[in-house]
Design a protein around this ligand. Sequence first.
Ligand code: FES
Length: 72
Amino acid sequence: MYVCVCKAVTERNIREAALAGARRLKDLRRELGVTSDCGLCAASAQACLREARKAGAPVQSTPTHSAQGDCH
Ligand code: FES
């Protein structure tokens, strides 16, 4: 599922970026372009990054832009 529609960034992309060393939202922005257009994906991208950084935690494939800002 897309986390950032503007840049076509998926949860998988974010997980891969986390595994490659992304630690902050600005890392995702630099590497993937997340939040560089409309910015609506910021909370979801942050939540996905947090989940991805948990050891072995799978990133759920679920809708984006939730009001809670989570990765589901
Ligand atoms: S949805 Fe990510 S910049 Fe628009």
